[in-house]
Design a protein around this ligand. Structure first.
Ligand SMILES: Nc1ncnc2c1ncn2[C@@H]1O[C@H](COP(=O)(O)OP(=O)(O)OP(=O)(O)O)[C@@H](O)[C@H]1O
Length: 334
């Protein structure tokens, strides 16, 4: 029998999930990245309820842990029960040298999701379906706070503190994170009170991962000290996202002036903050590499004192080196 407090929880979680869904306007058909965990189970069912017949699921089998087969089984069962078309892609998510296992899994997963969404789709009874136009991920407000705290712990700049975007477009697909304003526990309440199960990823409890320690130890304290932390932190992240966009716009203007590759003379005419900004932008946008604060400061200092024809610049930056080549700077991969 449902108690009064169950009913309160149900209506509170339903109101939050409904509000998130009402603000979500993906081009249809929509595919949901479905891990079998609580968050993506809730997202899949909420989307399926809102747009019946227009929602599909993609599950990525990482092959990294014994529990992966159980995740897949759960996804197959839930999708069969609700008549949702499901694609399962198996990937080899082992990390390359110098890459963290989580980054390797994330990168492999995003590529697999992208590829699967763009393949041909068929309904559970074999009828050809329209191509997928959007893809939704189920990260929620706690994931967003964890990402922000991880960025702070690394000393990130405004681009890192902008945390995860709620929408972006890549090639033919629009990507969304519609649950970023909802606390994780609300999604669990939403599922529990509907009697829907999910699989718990055993690695989520592993305190060796910083993200898991933030979730288990830091968030409960934040909850007590700053009960509104999810929305206020999200506001700060949104300010950082705007500031980061503005810095990129300024850098693009400055890069036009200094040229690509950048000429040393016009670089010397910039203020120090604009010099740092344009150098970071040049290295990231052209070479996909990011200098550390120390490397950038050394490079800026060398540009400042580069006043003679014979002055040599050769500084380790990111995965390579920045060198002086006559009147300009060049970066090459070591
Ligand atoms: N194996 C997977 N297959 C498909 N999508 C995935 C998979 N793992 C994660 N995702 C998607 O990426 C999002 C973020 O992944 P992350 O690992 O941070 O969350 P999670 O704890 O696995 O979330 P969930 O509770 O949905 O499992 C998930 O919410 C889900 O939408």
């Amino acid at each position: 029998m449902q108690t009064q407090s169950d009913a309160d929880l149900l209506s509170a979680s339903a109101a939050l999930v409904d509000a998130a869904m009402a603000a979500f306007h993906p081009p249809l058909p929509l595919a949901v990245a479905f891990s079998g965990g609580a968050d993506s189970s809730a997202l899949l069912l909420a989307c399926h309820a809102r747009w019946p017949g227009w929602v599909r699921a993609i599950h990525v089998h990482h092959g990294l842990q014994a529990a992966a087969d159980d995740f897949q089984k759960h996804c197959e069962q839930l999708c069969a029960q609700h008549g949702i078309a499901l694609k399962v892609c198996a990937i080899d998510a082992r990390n390359a040298q110098g890459q963290s296992p989580e980054d390797a899994a994330r990168q492999g997963r995003y590529e697999a999701l992208d590829g699967a969404a763009q393949q041909d789709w068929f309904s559970v009874d074999g009828v050809a379906l329209e191509p997928v136009r959007s893809l939704a991920l189920a990260q929620h407000a706690d994931d967003q706070v964890e990402t922000l705290l991880l960025a702070l712990s690394r000393g990130a700049g405004v681009a890192g503190l902008a945390a995860m975007p709620s929408h972006w477009q890549r090639a033919q697909l629009e990507w969304f994170r519609p649950l970023l304003a909802i606390p994780g526990r609300v999604l669990r309440d939403w599922l529990c009170l509907r009697g829907v199960g999910w699989v718990e990823d055993p690695t989520n409890a592993d305190q060796a991962y910083t993200r898991n320690r933030i979730r288990a130890q830091l968030l409960p304290v934040l909850e007590q000290v700053f009960p509104q932390f999810r929305s206020t932190f999200a506001r700060s992240s949104a300010h950082c996202a705007q500031a980061s966009e503005l810095l990129d716009e300024q850098a693009a203007v400055d890069l036009q002036v200094v040229g690509t590759p950048p000429h040393i003379k016009p670089l010397q005419a910039l203020t120090s903050v604009r010099l740092g900004n344009v150098l970071r932008y040049w290295l990231r946008s052209i070479y996909g590499t990011t200098p550390t604060a120390a490397q950038l400061s050394q490079l800026m200092q060398q540009i400042g004192v580069c006043t003679t024809r014979g002055h040599r610049i050769h500084i380790k930056v990111g995965r390579g080196f920045v060198e002086r080549r006559g009147l300009t700077l060049d970066w090459y991969n070591s």
